[in-house]
Design a protein around this ligand. Structure first.
Ligand code: SAM
Length: 148
């Protein structure tokens, strides 16, 4: 079974900041979004949406120092069977005039299609004592910083 996804907006990065620009037909879906400080943004990794990229199941996580490759479901590679990325962002401002949400950072490129936005809920979305793979533990802090 195939499913169809319609983007609900796109990422815009310019000199004044980073924005989630929302399509006019779904702008009303942002009502009360300012009640939340943080959002989970789901986006389409569109520059890696090719049959070849989608067929890659094993990737080398960044700087894993020669360890075995990890499965696409075991790392954050942009090359995966369904090219879906996600980023947790802080909502800085709702801008109804331009139908956009200003956020603090975003690792998706300028122009990336946004496929969904959900409010971040600390009670269900946060895990304090999560185990992570050795390759991630070993990353230097400069590689784990947030990307704008
Ligand atoms: C490793 S992915 C992880 C993304 C996301 N935070 C996640 O966990 O799903 C981040 C990489 O995707 C790349 N990237 C961002 N937007 C992209 C797009 N639209 N198409 C292809 N690659 C993209 C960035 O350059 C970055 O190196």
């Amino acid at each position: 079974m195939d499913y169809t996804i319609h983007p609900i907006g796109h990422v815009e990065k310019n000199d004044s900041g980073i924005y989630l620009v929302i399509n006019p037909n779904v702008w009303d879906a942002t009502v009360h979004i300012d009640h939340f400080s943080h959002l989970i943004v789901l986006w389409w990794i569109h520059e890696r949406d090719t049959p070849q990229d989608r067929s890659v199941l094993l990737s080398n996580p960044p700087r894993n120092k020669g360890d075995e490759p990890s499965g696409a479901f075991s790392c954050r590679s942009p090359v995966r069977p369904n090219p879906i990325g996600h980023t947790i962002v802080q909502l800085l401002k709702v801008d109804p005039a331009h139908r956009r949400l200003k956020v603090d950072h975003m690792d998706a490129h300028h122009g990336t299609p946004i496929i969904d936005i959900k409010p971040y809920l600390p009670s269900s979305d946060r895990v304090d004592d999560a185990k992570v793979a050795p390759w991630f533990q070993d990353l230097e802090p400069r590689y784990t910083r947030r990307i704008t």
